[in-house]
Design a protein around this ligand. Structure first.
Ligand SMILES: NC(=O)c1ccc[n+]([C@@H]2O[C@H](COP(=O)([O-])OP(=O)(O)OC[C@H]3O[C@@H](n4cnc5c(N)ncnc54)[C@H](O)[C@@H]3O)[C@@H](O)[C@H]2O)c1
Length: 388
């Protein structure tokens, strides 16, 4: 694309859309000099009034299809509730527009598969996802250590991410959040898509999943407490634990391979590297209860949200910067391709399905069974007046 400035149109001016307008396209716009906010769309007139008050020069729309036809934008940023993400993305491709969609890619894999198929029909258009945590230097370092085989053959990945605390007030605000009908799940579909993406980005997609998903201490129908055990094709084991009710919570990722162990916690990565791969050591060592010698290296992460501005800006600003640069051919590295959204979502759907059916789920996922089970929960929620 031979353009100097990339013009973005927001679909959805709620919490996240308005945050991007303020932070990415205004306060920190100097970090994204080639990206401009060019149009805003929301079906809620009150939200649009707010947009007009804050950004009087930016055209607004109530119908996203009108915005797509306007000729004002190059990229659609999708910032609506999840169920409608794939519909908007497909409509954008059919209008000849590039897409940067927020997480999750959608609620169920069948819908997201169709979206990916449409993306493949438009190779000239760029499709990205807002997986902002992929810009975290600690996860990037972990990926480098795995991809370069410093960690050796993976044996275990364990992530306990229980610091997404959400009190009653969060769910009592009503609307689409925390409902099967409005959102399509709880912690797995709202808070955790980032970690489910990173878990599968680092270790790959498991081949089987056994999980529990419960609702603890909140008047909601969706899950806010999940424990999943999974297995990978190479025999490695994974554990994924998440909740939105533990206080205080934990965020600790531990990945073990024959070459050592990576632990990411408290914004620090600690790599304890074996001097010899564990399997070689075990074969050659002659000392009873001997252990491989290790070397420890540490790396610190963020000093705070958008505080370290000397480097490529992280998080959401970094994703938009990378998306814009890639579109302008200023970089050949694309951090979060849209078609990868289905990977973490497959893991998420498999966890749900295993918890619902009390069975181990093997992949590829039975997409129809997932939809049937999801529909049951939507109906049940309506019966109990817990929906939107
Ligand atoms: N990447 C992140 O860190 C992050 C953080 C929070 C939320 N999100 C994601 O952002 C998305 C939006 O979340 P939110 O918290 O802003 O929700 P929200 O409810 O505050 O805002 C959604 C907005 O979309 C509008 N909308 C709904 N349907 C529409 C349509 N057909 N056309 C135009 N506008 C429409 C609503 O009126 C509302 O203003 C979700 O997918 C959520 O998962 C991402």
């Amino acid at each position: 694309m031979e353009k100097k400035v990339i013009k973005y149109g927001l679909v959805g001016f709620g919490k996240q859309g308005s945050f991007y307008a303020k932070v990415i396209f205004n306060k920190f716009s100097f970090l994204n000099p080639d990206a401009k906010l060019a149009a805003i769309c929301d079906i809620d007139e009150k939200r649009l009034e707010e947009a007009k008050r804050l950004y009087p020069k930016i055209p607004t729309f109530t119908d996203y299809k009108e915005m797509f036809k306007s000729g004002l934008i190059d990229v659609v940023m999708v910032e609506t509730p999840h169920y409608i993400h794939p519909t908007i993305v497909i409509d954008a491709f059919n209008s000849g527009l590039n897409v940067l969609c927020d997480k999750p890619a959608g609620v169920y894999t069948k819908q997201v598969r169709e979206m990916n198929e449409e993306a493949e029909k438009h190779p000239e258009l760029l499709f990205g996802l807002m997986f902002n945590q992929r810009t975290n230097p600690l996860y990037i370092k972990a990926k480098e250590l795995i991809d370069s085989n410093r960690l050796g053959k993976l044996t275990r990945i364990v992530w306990i991410i229980t610091d997404w605390y959400r009190p009653d007030a969060y769910y009592n605000q009503g609307g689409w959040r925390g409902t099967w009908n409005g959102e399509g799940g709880g912690v797995l579909i709202n808070q955790c898509p980032h970690q489910l993406d990173l878990f599968t980005w680092l270790a790959g997609l498991p081949v089987s999943v056994t999980a529990t998903a419960k609702t603890v201490g909140r008047n909601i129908a969706v899950e806010n407490d999940v424990s999943a055990v999974c297995e990978f094709a190479n025999g490695a084991t994974g554990v994924f634990i998440t909740s939105t009710h533990d206080a205080p919570g934990t965020n600790r990722l531990e990945i073990t391979g024959e070459g050592g162990k990576i632990v990411i916690e408290n914004d620090t990565l600690v790599f304890t590297e074996n001097e010899q791969m564990e399997s070689e050591f075990s074969k050659t060592n002659t000392v009873f209860m001997g252990k491989p010698k290790t070397k420890v290296t540490k790396m610190n992460g963020y000093i705070g949200y958008l505080k370290n501005l000397k480097k490529q800006p992280p998080q959401h600003v970094g994703i938009v910067r990378n998306y814009t640069d890639f579109l302008l051919k200023k970089t050949d590295k694309f951090i979060a391709p849209g078609k990868e959204g289905i990977i973490g979502l497959t893991f998420s759907n498999a966890i749900h399905l295993s918890a619902w059916t009390h069975k181990t789920v093997t992949l590829p996922l039975d997409e129809e069974e997932f939809i049937k089970e999801l529909e049951k929960r939507k109906e049940e929620e309506n019966k109990n007046n817990l929906g939107i």
